[in-house]
Design a protein around this ligand. Structure first.
Ligand code: PMP
Length: 368
């Protein structure tokens, strides 16, 4: 049986052709040495302009180009946090935040959200987890793993609450920003209440299928960016020049790069939704952004495999799919939601169709 992987965070799409061309050209032109730590001026400018087009007053000096968003996050955590500072993360959340926090001075605090109200972050729930030790709130919009798209109104309500905490920074991870389906995305930078303590993390890995190029960025207040540049100068230096040239070319051609990807993802989302509809006792929310479903398989926890093994949790369930049906899903347990699983639909359609057949069969053979 061929292995089908729906667990990965990388899509199957090719990186945009202009990116590949620009990188080859840059290499041929000798772009093989160190570049400026903060990023090449053309890329900082192109990123700033991208936000300026949305009426956000961002200057190139407010942008630091980083080797991926993960490193951008690590940079901010390293620069901002003191021993014991609290970092609030709405859960379910991408497991990377938890992993990164292990190497920081901060302490993670979960802000639980639930599928029953489509993972809404209410001002009341937020107020309950905030205190004088709160230093950073990490939001993800669109959300990973559940694809929740937070509206401008919702973000502004959050910023209204955080305004009462002068030491608190609000970081929005917007890495899936270009991948939305029914409603447009709003950057937190365009919200009323965004200020010098508002930070955006973004990158090229997801929207532009460029995960291997390692390009991300931090957008924020000039003072914070200066500190982040100093951190990057000590730990990393500037990122590969040819990757940055590729990113410039991507941004300049972004509409044509995105259109075919979004068309396919929309079709694939419908295919996966249909497949989930056919699974008994499985609930899901429809993702409005990113490229994952995050269905609830908790009905099947404590059921038994045909070999008599007990499915104790979501990890065991995903191991069962993998070992018996060569189907890999990402266990929700790692995102803070036991018994759920993340399923990417950024894969080829034939694989998606085969995956749904296997899933149906796998669940039907479990004894409840
Ligand atoms: N943030 C989120 C929410 C992600 O899902 C990922 C990748 N899975 C990253 C950041 C890191 O992306 P990269 O380092 O490739 O830019």
């Amino acid at each position: 049986m061929d292995y089908i992987k729906l667990a990965s965070g990388a899509s199957y799409f090719q990186s945009p052709e202009p990116a590949i061309e620009a990188a080859i050209k840059a290499l041929r032109n000798g772009a093989t040495s160190y570049g400026p730590t903060e990023g090449i001026p053309e890329l900082r400018q192109a990123i700033a302009e991208r936000y300026q087009e949305e009426n956000i007053a961002l200057t190139p000096e407010q942008v630091l180009v980083t080797p991926g968003s993960k490193q951008a996050l690590f940079n901010v955590l390293s620069v901002l946090l003191n021993e014991g500072d609290e970092v609030i993360v709405p859960v379910p959340a991408w497991f990377g935040f938890h992993e990164l926090l292990k190497y920081s001075k901060g302490v993670g605090v979960a802000l639980n959200t639930s599928p029953e109200d489509n993972y809404t972050i209410t001002p009341e729930a937020l107020k309950q987890v905030l205190n004088e030790r709160s230093r950073l709130l990490i939001l993800t919009n669109p959300g990973n793993p559940m694809g929740r798209l937070y509206s401008k109104k919702e973000l502004e309500a959050i910023l209204k609450v955080t305004a009462a905490y002068p030491d608190l920074y609000v970081l929005n991870d917007e890495i899936y920003d270009c991948i939305t389906y029914d409603r447009p995305f709003t950057s937190i930078l365009s919200c009323e209440g965004a200020n010098e303590k508002t930070i955006v993390i973004n990158g090229f890995s997801k929207s532009f299928a460029m995960s291997g190029w390692r390009i991300g960025y931090i957008a924020g207040a000039t003072d914070l960016i200066k500190k982040c540049i100093a951190f990057q100068a000590s730990t990393m230096s500037g990122i590969s020049l040819f990757s940055q040239q590729a990113a410039v070319a991507t941004l300049l051609n972004r509409q044509s790069a995105l259109a075919p990807i979004l068309k396919i993802l929309k079709e694939n989302r419908a295919l996966m939704q249909q497949a989930l509809e056919e699974l008994p006792h499985v609930n899901y929310t429809l993702p409005e952004g990113a490229y994952y479903f995050f269905p609830d398989f908790t009905y099947y926890i404590n059921s038994k495999t045909p070999a008599g093994q007990s499915i104790k949790n979501g990890i065991a369930l995903c191991n069962y799919f993998r070992d018996y049906y060569s189907l890999e899903l990402a266990p929700g347990d790692n995102f803070g939601a036991v018994g759920f699983a993340r399923m990417s639909f950024a894969v080829e359609k034939d694989k998606l169709k085969e995956a749904s057949k296997r899933l149906k069969l796998a669940l039907s053979t479990l004894q409840h």
